[in-house]
Design a protein around this ligand. Structure first.
Ligand SMILES: [Zn+2]
Ligand SMILES: [Zn+2]
Length: 247
């Protein structure tokens, strides 16, 4: 990791469909292609986010080709974990079309939000895992939703769910360094795979994770546990769930 980690895929990216993001899917792919990123997951926000797309956006992703500018596109969503009962905002019938399900807590739709204790937050994740075929937990290191990373990493590893190291969350200070290091240590302990993602809201952020790279190095985190450091590893994972998808 001498020059930082190179992401062969970026599994959490946004487009103008979430209006606080500023690039189109084509612009994102154009840039990904230029820098050698082979696959991106299109993961605009689920409907509980105030400026998210209409559910038709998710229904109609079938019109998108598999490859745009030579870059494979996984048609996904960043669904909102609505409460500590682990419910998502995207109805199950719509999730049937989703190829890549990221599930994240955000504070915006919690009434009178206050930071909950680790036990409550973690139980929310465990209930979520029971009910949904989650691929990736988005930014589980955020200080607004402190988790018990030992319990979370163990449960995620058992179910083959990825935890995320989210560059944007680190860069904005939403995910403090001590949380990231604690999560990485738990992932190492339980052999839990992670994805390192930009969470790009503009094309130039695609595939970029310099702060995350430093933290991974500091943690001595094994590259073999980073699913998107190697497109073949990602391909294998996607194939297991969706044999028809060629990325
Ligand atoms: Zn998010
Ligand atoms: Zn996001």
């Amino acid at each position: 990791m001498t020059n930082g980690l190179f992401l062969e895929a970026d599994l959490h990216t946004h487009t103008v469909a979430s209006t606080h993001a500023f690039s189109t899917i084509t612009e994102n792919c154009e840039y990904a292609s230029q820098i050698g990123v082979k696959c991106i997951a299109l993961t605009d926000h689920g409907m509980a986010m105030p400026d998210s797309p209409h559910v038709w956006h998710f229904e109609n992703m079938r019109v998108l080709p598999r490859k745009i500018r030579g870059v494979s596109v996984l048609k996904g969503v960043e669904a909102n974990i609505l409460n500590y009962d682990g419910n998502l905002d995207v109805p199950e019938k719509h999730l049937a079309n989703i190829e890549w399900l990221v599930a994240s807590y955000h504070r915006y739709y919690f009434e009178n939000f206050a930071v909950a204790d680790k036990k409550t937050v973690t139980e929310g994740y465990l209930k979520l895992f029971e009910r949904y075929g989650v691929d990736l937990v988005g930014h589980p290191t955020t200080k607004n939703f402190p988790a018990d990373w030992d319990i979370l990493a163990k449960a995620a590893a058992e179910r083959g769910i990825l935890l995320e190291l989210n560059e944007s969350s680190v860069a904005t200070g939403k995910s403090p360094r001590e949380n990231v290091l604690a999560m990485l240590s738990a992932c190492k302990k339980y052999g839990c795979e992670i994805a390192v993602d930009s969470d790009a809201h503009f094309w130039s952020a695609i595939g970029s994770a310099p702060l995350s790279s430093k933290l991974l190095e500091e943690a001595g985190f094994p590259t073999e546990l980073i699913v998107n450091a190697d497109i073949d590893r990602l391909r294998e994972r996607v194939h297991k769930k969706h044999p028809e998808i060629e990325i």
